[in-house]
Design a protein around this ligand. Structure first.
Ligand SMILES: C[S@@+](CC[C@H](N)C(=O)[O-])C[C@H]1O[C@@H](n2cnc3c(N)ncnc32)[C@H](O)[C@@H]1O
Length: 245
């Protein structure tokens, strides 16, 4: 596997987002839907880290008081700001290792695919700590699932020609142990559980009557949990901080 160091630099992402922003923004906000269905009764303020297109946040902003997107790529934040975002969606250039945000600012913080570019467990621990610092109730962390061997093989083939697919896949239980160790080291009282996300994407490509979209969303979001781990696209780590609702 090739070195991933260039994926940890802003110029790489500035260039990538120049190519993909429009297309990615138009994709279906599956995670935004899942977060709304699972957490919007409990949470009103959201933070997305490594937000890229901000697609999920844009969707969530319809149901929330405030949503903030953070990314260290100035280009993607500029693209997001120029894409007519809703008034309550705020985008900022920030490094997720050191956020210019006060403690416990957001009810829920989340990211998808962001940690998959960090090979070092020490980096993951630092990112986790900083996310914990700014969050009041829930941290939701989506990473590529190593138990889905079909996806691992597929990404391996694509990575030969495109670094974007050169991602880290996480073992569900190892990740859980690593994060539980961090919580214990920091003496943070929280409940951590692993949830499954994705794995039924072909259904999103099938035609659907507009009046049935809401029903499809509810059915899909509630079906992920019944799939075997070998089907799930992402591991969704839910960290519920004690003292939160
Ligand atoms: C896989 S993309 C995330 C895509 C995003 N979930 C979306 O839906 O568009 C990873 C993102 O993390 C950002 N990133 C990488 N390192 C970062 C860091 N240290 N702090 C903040 N953002 C970072 C990149 O600029 C990139 O936009």
């Amino acid at each position: 596997m090739r070195a991933k160091s260039n994926l940890l630099e802003t110029p790489y992402w500035d260039q990538e987002w120049g190519k993909w922003f429009s297309r990615y923004s138009l994709g279906y906000p599956r995670l935004g839907v899942w977060l709304r269905l699972n957490y919007s009764r409990l949470c009103n303020t959201y933070l997305e880290l490594g937000a890229g297109s901000g697609r999920e946040s844009r969707y969530l902003a319809q149901f929330a008081d405030q949503v903030s997107c953070v990314d260290f790529s100035p280009s993607v934040v500029e693209l997001l700001k120029n894409s007519n975002p809703p008034h309550n969606l705020h985008a900022h250039v920030m490094n997720a290792f050191s956020l210019d945000l006060p403690d416990k600012t957001f009810d829920l913080s989340f990211h998808k695919g962001f940690w998959s570019y960090f090979e070092s467990d020490d980096d993951i621990a630092m990112l986790f700590r900083e996310q914990l610092r700014v969050t009041k109730q829930y941290l939701i962390i989506l990473v590529h699932n190593a138990s889905n061997t079909r996806m691992v093989a597929d990404f391996g083939k694509k990575a030969v020609n495109d670094d974007l697919y050169n991602v880290r896949f996480f073992q569900p239980n190892k990740l859980k142990e690593h994060l539980e160790r961090q919580l214990s080291t920091l003496s943070v009282s929280a409940t951590l559980r692993l949830r499954k996300f994705g794995g039924l994407d072909r259904i999103y490509r099938l035609p659907c009557q507009p009046c049935l979209l809401g029903l499809r969303d509810v059915l899909l979001a509630n079906t992920y949990r019944f799939l075997p781990w070998s089907w799930a696209e992402s591991i969704a780590v839910e960290v519920k901080l004690d003292g939160g609702t």
